[in-house]
Write a protein that binds this ligand. Structure first.
Ligand code: 10D
Ligand code: SF4
Length: 334
């Protein structure tokens, strides 16, 4: 076999009615790419250890690899020794966390995805305009904690359409909605529609909060799901956008769909009667894990995969300016 089973387009033959279709776009988005490179470059520039508050992205392989290179992942800033360098994860932090870092004299590098930061700005602006904000998202998710922390007195969390009936606001003429960036587009629209029915003057965010990468991965998996007996989504259990891809695949007609961290988690029983298999991966997933799944299937008699591309993605974010400055400085001193 070739080293890249997705690279050769092989139509199913009469002897082999099986097929494997890989969705594109899948895998790393611009915000994840930037965040992972940020930790790698910080390790190069400052030397280990570099502390990272929370998982830099929600993928256990990424975290294990960076930890092996000297990154130390902590849950809270109190675990970071004073004066050390700490990277804020791609999911963002609340102002309270930034203040704590200043109080503890930590050097900070902010790997928050610019598209998450955009939602923080929207929250601050709506709060300045004295609006009540209904934040659609999942309790306990780091992104939601960060965004809600921008305007805690103005924000109420709404987790699903089912929660709308119980939502109370002080003034229905002064209410707006925002969302987490990695939700199901369809479910979020259902929540917004229910909110608007209840609060007809509900204001929209100035632009989509669910980011381009989340939207593209969901649209791409929808394209292949209806023709799939099985859709395998590669991604970690705590990755919101990865978990959403399983739900979207099932809603779009896949007969079955499962999430795995890597090929070793595939249950061979899932392959019984599964002639047409679709594959995708979340925004925090390195593509070698997808290649591992394709190899696993190839070894079990499936043909090489064809790729179904919905759209091309070209977005690239610059590294955090504080890191770029230090990289420039260390280049001058070398
Ligand atoms: O859980 P999640 O989908 O928000 O995060 P993950 O790290 O898997 O993917 C990247 C998304 C980010 C950083 C939220 F914007
Ligand atoms: Fe940024 Fe979207 Fe990627 Fe999250 S999923 S890191 S918001 S590009």
């Amino acid at each position: 076999m070739t080293s890249d089973p997705s690279s050769v387009a092989a139509a199913p033959t009469s002897e082999n009615s099986k097929q494997v279709v890989v969705a594109a776009p899948r895998g790393y988005c611009a915000g994840v790419d930037r965040a992972v490179i940020t930790v790698e470059k910080a390790l190069d520039a400052y030397g280990p250890p570099v502390y990272v508050r929370k998982q830099i992205v929600h993928n256990k392989h990424v975290v294990e690899n960076l930890a092996a290179r000297g990154a130390i992942f902590v849950e809270e800033l109190s675990e970071v020794p004073e004066g050390e360098t700490v990277v804020f994860s791609a999911h963002g932090v609340s102002p309270a966390v930034r203040h704590e870092a200043t109080d503890r004299q930590l050097k900070t590098i902010d790997a928050t995805c610019p598209l998450v930061t955009k939602v923080h700005h929207e929250a601050k602006r709506f709060a300045r305009d004295d609006l009540e904000i209904l934040l659609i998202g999942h309790a306990g998710h780091e992104e939601v904690e960060g965004t809600a922390g921008e305007a805690p007195d103005n924000i109420t969390l709404v987790q699903s359409p089912d929660e709308v009936a119980a939502v109370e606001v002080k003034d229905p003429s002064k209410v707006a909605w925002l969302s987490q960036t990695t939700l199901s587009v369809d479910e979020t629209m259902a929540t917004v529609n229910a909110l608007r029915e209840k609060f007809p003057q509900l204001m929209d965010p100035p632009s989509d909060d669910i980011c381009y990468a989340t939207q593209n991965r969901q649209s791409a998996v929808k394209q292949i799901a209806a023709h799939s007996d099985l859709v395998i989504v590669v991604g970690s259990a705590n990755s919101s956008n990865s978990v959403r891809l399983v739900e979207v695949a099932l809603d779009a007609g896949a007969k079955a769909s499962y999430r795995v961290d890597n090929a070793s988690e595939i249950d061979e029983a899932w392959l019984d009667g599964a002639d047409r298999i679709g594959i995708t991966s979340g925004a925090s997933v390195p593509d070698d894990l997808v290649q591992g799944v394709l190899e696993f299937l190839y070894e079990r008699g499936y043909p090489m995969a064809t790729e179904e591309t919905l759209t091309e993605e070209n977005l690239v974010f610059a590294l955090p300016p504080e890191l770029r400055k230090d990289i420039r400085k260390s280049a001058i001193n070398d």
